[in-house]
Design a protein. Structure first.
Length: 255
């Protein structure tokens, strides 16, 4: 059941063997007006490395960004990663798994999203590889037109692509892959298998992960306000970092 817990600032006091799955933008980092304007501070890098040590590597970044972009932001630390909402996934061995999509359908979607962004210069097209996102943060009035275009493309793709809504963004992503699927794949592998799973996210794209975590008895943590499947709540990225720091300290780690 989806519940609204706006204003509640609490999350479980975790101990023991946990596996962490963490969204990036809006969860560990504050959202900016453009995805390329994001920067990562040294404090976050130290925290993530300490969290990786405290969990014996059971840490994965689960993001809509491409894996290469995540590595660029985090200084290529070698963490497990699910990029483009699970369309690409790097496991603990370093092996990259990629979801294949028909190139003709992808190119047609890219062409039409590019044309729409050229028509409305306030739109920002983010080409992630197999996911295409149109950000309308600078022009909220264009939401309906962007959403309609994405839905038409998804329909014409014959089920190859799905529409994904986010915070001031509409995205076209390959069908059959989402953050919940990516987390489930990690949980079947070492070092995540057998650990208490914890997923933290802030956006509509993270609801797939929350639902999956709830099914397996883990801890789902929503960042910010709004209705969600998540069982726990933290207000912002600063609170998330403080909560993770406390876990590392209880585990006997140092940052």
């Amino acid at each position: 059941m989806r519940v609204s817990t706006a204003g509640i600032e609490r999350a479980p006091e975790l101990e023991g063997r946990c596996a962490f799955f963490l969204d990036l933008d809006g969860t560990l980092l504050d959202i900016t007006d453009h995805p390329h304007h994001v920067t990562v501070d040294e404090d976050l890098l130290r925290l993530l490395k300490a969290l990786g040590r405290a969990t014996a590597g059971a840490l994965a970044i689960i993001s809509g960004r491409p894996a290469a972009d995540i590595d660029r932001l985090l200084g290529n630390p070698g963490f497990c990663v699910a990029g483009q909402h699970g369309a690409e996934r790097r496991d603990f061995s370093g092996t990259m798994h990629r979801h294949a999509v028909p190139l003709a359908a992808l190119e047609e979607a890219r062409r039409r999203f590019t044309a729409l962004a050229a028509k409305h210069h306030a739109l920002v097209l983010e080409d992630k590889g197999v996911n295409l996102a149109l950000h309308f943060r600078s022009a909220p009035g264009l939401r309906a037109e962007v959403l309609d275009a994405a839905r038409r493309l998804a329909g014409e793709s014959g089920g190859t692509f799905e529409v994904q809504l986010g915070k001031m963004v509409v995205e076209l992503r390959p069908s059959g892959k989402d953050k919940g699927v990516a987390i489930a794949e990690f949980l079947d592998e070492a070092p995540f298998k057998g650990q208490m799973p914890v997923f933290v996210g802030d956006d509509l794209t993270d609801e797939f992960g929350f639902a999956m975590i709830n099914r397996v008895g883990g801890h789902s943590v929503k960042v910010g306000e709004g209705e969600s499947e998540a069982h726990w709540r933290l207000p912002d990225a600063t609170a998330v970092r403080a909560w993770l720091t406390a876990f590392v300290a209880r585990a006997g780690g140092r940052i």
